[in-house]
Structure formats: C-alpha cells, structure tokens
Design a protein around this ligand. Structure first.
Ligand code: NI
Length: 388
C-alpha cells in the first residue's frame, strides 16, 4: 500500500505550511511564532486537546481514536527549531531572518506531523490515543529533555514514542532504520593547563604550558586507540587549543583545550570521562604543571528498541514499498534520545534526495518527501492501534 490518497491530496497545503515555516525560522527555545503557528493549525484541524508551554515552548496535542479499548497511547514527535546559519539557497521562500535558517529540515518535520495530524483527526481509523509532540531546542538546547522534565510521558500516559529525520543522499520517499544505537552521544570537555609563563629564552625558569598541553593532546589519542574495544565506536576530537601567549618570545602561562567525545556505547561515556581526566591531570603533573578538566554531558546515545523498530520499519515498508532496516549508525547526536530513555520507541530516517547536507547554508528540505513522511506517521498509528 503506497502513500495515503488523502495525504497525497493535501500535499500542496502541507507544502505551503512548510514554506511558511521556512521563511520564519526561530532558534532554540525562542520558537514562539512557530509554536503559535502549530497551535493555530491544530485548532483548525480539530484535535481533541492542545497544551502549549511544555518544555518552555513545546506543544503537546491529543487525537483520540474511535475507541481506546486497549488503553494504548502513542507519542509522535517533531522538532521545530532552526539554526544560526545565513541561508544561501536563493529560494523564493528563503529565510526572511538574517542569520537564521531551517538548515536541518525541522520545518519539514513539523509540517509532516501537522499533515498526519489532520489525516488522523479526519479519519480516526484507530483504536487508541495519539499524542503529538512538537519540541523546541533540538539543536543543542535539549528541548526534548525539557519536555520530559515537564512530565510529558507520565502526564499524557505515553507508552511508545516515534520520531523521524530527513536524510540527504537517500532517495526521496525511502526510509532507513536499525534497532539499537542509531545516533551517538555527544559530550564535551575542557582542560585548562596551568604552568609558569616566562621568557622564551629562559625555559628553565618557566613551566612551558604549550609543551605540556601538546603532550596531553597526543596522549588523549590513546583513549580511543588503547582503551576502547576496537569493534566499538568512539570518537575523541580536540577542537580548540588556545594559549594565553600572543608572542613568539613568550612561554604561555595557561592553555585551554576543548574537545568532544562521541560514542554509540553508553558505557564508554563514563570510561572516556575518567581517562580524559586522568591523562590531563597526570600528564600535567609529570611536567610540573596542573590541569583542571571539566566534563559537560550532552545528548545520550539514540537507542531504538527492538519491537518498536520492527513496527516502524513495517509501516515504512507499507508506505514506500521497501525498507532498509539495518542502516549504519551515524555519529551526530539527537535529543530524541532523551524520550527514548524514558519510553520504548524508534527513530527513522526519510530520504531527502540529492540535497546539500543538513546544517549547510544551501540545504533545503525536499517537499516531495511530504506525502511519504505524513503517511508513515499515519500508517504507524493505524497498524499499531487497529480498529477491532
Ligand atoms: Ni535535525
């Protein structure tokens, strides 16, 4: 069974919604206009309940099926925020806000969930309850966590939760998924090394912090190569190296390093933190300097649960006629991970065709993906909660 006919008919209207959102991008939690647009559409659509202000600016809405004999409640999630990027697409509906752009397709995700909501509210061809989740601050602000902390799962009785992200380079209308880890965790560290500044010609009177920090950078490469099981996936990158010396004849007093650790295996987050701290402190000590390491945990690993991945894959196959259900994991992170820590569920990729990659100034969501994306949400609901 392909794309749902009703959703194919709504393609033009949903595309208009998407392009409106594209023209008016908002960042992080400051998505008041976007959330307002979502609420207005949900009112027109005639959903049963709308609650704004969850996770600061998130929106939660409810669509009840014909009955709910089994008491099943499924959450469907879309993200609403844009990125601080200057758009370079030259589209006639390009961003109207300087320095802000929907460069990750969240305009498409929000519009597709609205389209699915209209279909589900019109047809109610399911036995259960759908909770629509429109979240702010996916791009680094942990809006998904904020919604969970506002009681999202318990307050609405959500039992399973599903989300979707477009994927440039995959054919439009096709889907890819895998059980287990799909996207990486993303933690950050900062190391401040303090030695003793001095004259470049008198190193014996100084503790050369640049040399000490260089040894730390080199030693940090052993975290992945010598600590991690070779078949596991961990990345450690030192992204910045700043000394407080601005001259070639000055030995720096302090150096600040910043880096990130990404992994698909949650156990390695803790191990990496311990190894990074030990290497920084003990290497500095060996040279007569000191180091202070600060670890900032970011998004967890996005882990698809087994059964729900099968449900998501079956719905996708029904819509597109085929499914890649063993796609490779990727090392970006995604804050839907927080929702998957609270409930079983699955996250799926939908093809965005031959476009620039997400977060690129020439990226654009492909509106041709809309019927398939909306149909996946709708099909998932109808299959998971069939009318008796
Ligand atoms: Ni995104």
């Amino acid at each position: 069974m392909p794309v749902k006919n009703r959703l194919a008919d709504m393609h033009g209207q949903i595309t208009k919604w998407r392009r409106h959102l594209h023209m008016h991008p908002e960042l992080l939690y400051d998505v008041e206009e976007t959330a307002g647009f979502v609420v207005d559409r949900l009112r027109e659509i005639g959903v049963d309940d709308i609650t704004p202000g969850i996770g600061k600016t998130g929106v939660v809405a409810v669509i009840k099926g014909r009955e709910n004999t089994k008491g099943r409640v499924i959450g469907l999630r879309a993200d609403m925020d844009a990125l601080p990027i200057e758009e370079a697409t030259g589209l006639d509906y390009a961003s109207t806000v300087s320095g802000k752009m929907h460069a990750c397709g969240h305009d498409g995700h929000t519009s597709m969930l609205l389209g699915a909501a209209q279909y589900l509210a019109e047809t109610r061809n399911f036995d259960g309850t759908v909770v629509l989740i429109f979240q702010p601050a996916e791009e680094g602000g942990a809006g998904g966590l904020a919604m969970c902390q506002d009681g999202l799962m318990d307050r609405w009785g959500i039992q399973e939760v599903y989300g979707m992200h477009n994927m440039p380079g995959m054919p439009v209308g096709e889907f890819a998924i895998r059980p287990g880890a799909l996207l990486a965790s993303s933690d950050e560290f900062e190391i401040v090394v303090t030695g003793k500044g001095g004259h470049a010609a008198a190193p014996h009177d100084a503790v050369d912090t640049t040399l000490v920090a260089s040894h730390i950078v080199v030693a940090l490469q052993s975290v992945v190569s010598r600590t991690v099981d070779p078949i596991k996936r961990v990345v450690l990158t030192v992204g910045t190296f700043e000394t407080d010396s601005a001259a070639s004849n000055v030995i720096a007093h302090t150096v600040r390093l910043q880096g990130t650790v990404r992994t698909l295996d949650p156990e390695y987050r803790k191990i990496a933190e311990e190894r990074v701290r030990r290497i920084a402190e003990d290497t500095a000590s060996a040279f007569g300097a000191t180091a202070k390491m600060t670890w900032t945990p970011g998004y967890p690993v996005t882990v698809n649960s087994e059964a729900e991945t099968v449900f998501a894959a079956e719905a996708a196959e029904a819509v597109s006629g085929k499914i890649n259900d063993s796609t490779d994991p990727i090392m970006p992170s995604e804050d839907f991970a927080y929702m998957l820590e609270e409930r079983p569920g699955a996250y799926i990729f939908i093809g965005n065709g031959d476009t620039a990659m997400c977060h690129h100034p020439e990226y654009n969501f492909d509106d041709d993906a809309i019927p398939a994306g909306c149909s996946w949400f709708a099909e998932l609901v109808e299959r998971r909660m069939p009318v008796a």
